[in-house]
Design a protein around this ligand. Structure first.
Ligand code: ATP
Length: 448
């Protein structure tokens, strides 16, 4: 397999699954229009294994059988999923795109939304300088003639913890660094400076990326926002929120006069508090109270309790994470409105790009969720490949013996099955993980 990259072959097949090799170098001749022409309508397996062949099968099946299809792109972090997804989209746009249409087409808009999503949802990790920190399902809707008539981008599981916690030599989301590298007047407007001066960025010593100019990337992101229909006013609001999060992270607390209470630490912290309130256009006192107090609503009364400095920091970080993930969701909604969906479409091709398996020195709960999802996909892969290959061998009357493979079912059972272990974790219908302790079964706690 390793040798394949030297041969500059994009991959190989196992059953109808393409195993693609990341070449880690640009090979434009493998993905250009000439190549697309070759694969268009060619039988599966007729030409060299290629991501275009997979997209072609999905498209033909949709046209001939009227069935919707999904293409799953999986692999560990840095394997090349996002790049592969973009190639799939380009090829599907080539097959189902409309030529000579006035203005920008749906497929162009989907591809053009990538830089915006990447600026806000991608970050440098130890494995990948542009790692997607969210899962993405792109739905391309087609009309009865096989032309793209609408599209939608659905995102999952944005890694929220990265907003306030990063480890060396990783980075926070790209947008923070882009904004700190913007023109002086922009930085002045948002009271920003060197990324080293912000707690949410200076937990790692990595600020710049090799071969990437953040100032240029800022301009490219603005251009991409223009293209997807985000107005200047909205762009200003978006970057106000990004800057507010950086200022929020610089608010520190010290012990208050009362037991287990806290106050804003010093003048510097107060400056950041005021700036955060200004950028979020909210009342400073209310923001301060939200950080240093907790309000509990009981059936009888509303109780306000002071928070100690450690709890106030947690409250600050929780607010930063919530604001950022809402901003991200808003951006995705905005992109979807701009692209437009086709309510009459009966068939679609979906491309799922979920983020890959990860194992770091310190693995958070989010890594657990990511890896669990990847284990589920691996199980699907195992079942599919081994079953299909077996059928193929039987059909061709090939004498074969059972191939040993690592079955991860026991790992899945441990996580998702109700077992006798003291804690078990179940998937909830509404797509979030519920941690149920043994007490749940003894009816001591609620689903929260
Ligand atoms: N087909 C390709 N041709 C050239 N370079 C590629 C190709 N696929 C991937 N790469 C290189 O590998 C890097 C990692 O790829 P990509 O971001 O697609 O990985 P990923 O699997 O989506 O990772 P993550 O799960 O961390 O988001 C890219 O930035 C690019 O430099």
């Amino acid at each position: 397999m390793t040798k394949l990259s030297y041969l500059h072959e994009p991959g190989t097949y196992t059953g109808n699954i393409l195993i693609a090799i990341n070449p880690f170098q640009r090979l434009p001749h493998l993905y250009d229009t000439h190549m697309m022409e070759q694969y268009k309508g060619a039988g599966f397996g007729e030409l060299s294994p290629h991501v275009f062949a997979v997209a072609d099968v999905a498209y033909r099946a949709m046209i001939n059988e009227g069935k919707s299809n999904s293409i799953l792109v999986s692999g560990e972090s840095g394997a090349g999923k996002t790049e592969t997804t973009k190639m799939l989209m380009r090829y599907l746009a080539y097959l189902g795109g409309r030529s000579g249409v006035e203005g920008r087409t749906v497929e162009q808009q989907v591809l053009e939304s990538n830089p915006v999503l990447e600026a806000f949802g991608n970050a440098k990790t130890v494995r990948n300088n542009n790692s997607s920190r969210f899962g993405k399902f792109v739905e391309l809707q087609f009309d009865k003639n096989g032309r793209i008539s609408g599209a939608a981008v659905r995102t999952y599981l944005l890694e929220r913890s990265r907003v306030c916690q990063i480890s060396n030599p990783e980075r926070n989301y790209h947008c923070f660094y882009l904004l700190c590298a913007a023109l002086p007047e922009v930085r002045e407007k948002f009271k920003l400076g060197d990324p080293k001066s912000f707690h949410y960025l200076n937990q790692s010593s990595c600020y710049a990326l090799d071969g990437v100019d953040d100032a240029q990337e800022y301009l490219a992101t603005i251009r991409a926002m223009d293209v997807v229909g985000i107005s200047e006013e909205e762009q200003e609001a978006i970057f106000s929120v990004v800057a507010a999060i950086l200022h929020l992270g610089n608010i520190d607390f010290s012990k208050g006069a009362e037991v287990d209470s806290s106050i804003i630490k010093d003048e510097k912290s107060r400056f950041h508090l005021n700036t955060t309130a200004e950028l979020l256009q909210c009342d400073v006192k209310s923001l301060e109270n939200a950080l240093i107090k907790r309000v509990m609503v009981t059936p009888e009364e509303i109780i306000t309790r002071a928070l100690d400095p450690v709890a106030a920091v947690s409250s600050r970080d929780a607010l930063a994470k919530t604001i950022y993930s809402r901003l991200f969701d808003w951006l995705v909604d905005k992109i979807n409105i701009s692209i437009g969906q086709d309510p009459n479409s009966k068939q679609l091709i979906g491309v799922l790009d979920i983020y890959g398996f990860e194992s770091f020195k310190f693995n958070s709960f989010e890594q657990f969720c990511i890896n669990f999802t990847n284990e589920k996909l691996q199980q699907h892969f195992n079942q599919h490949v081994f079953k299909m290959e077996q059928e193929e061998y039987t059909k061709e009357e090939i004498n074969w013996s059972y191939i040993e493979f690592v079955d991860n079912q026991d790992v899945l059972d441990l996580i998702e099955k109700d077992s006798s272990v003291s804690s078990c974790i179940l998937f909830h219908n509404y797509n979030y993980l519920l941690i149920l302790s043994a007490e749940t079964r003894r009816n001591y706690c609620t689903s929260r």
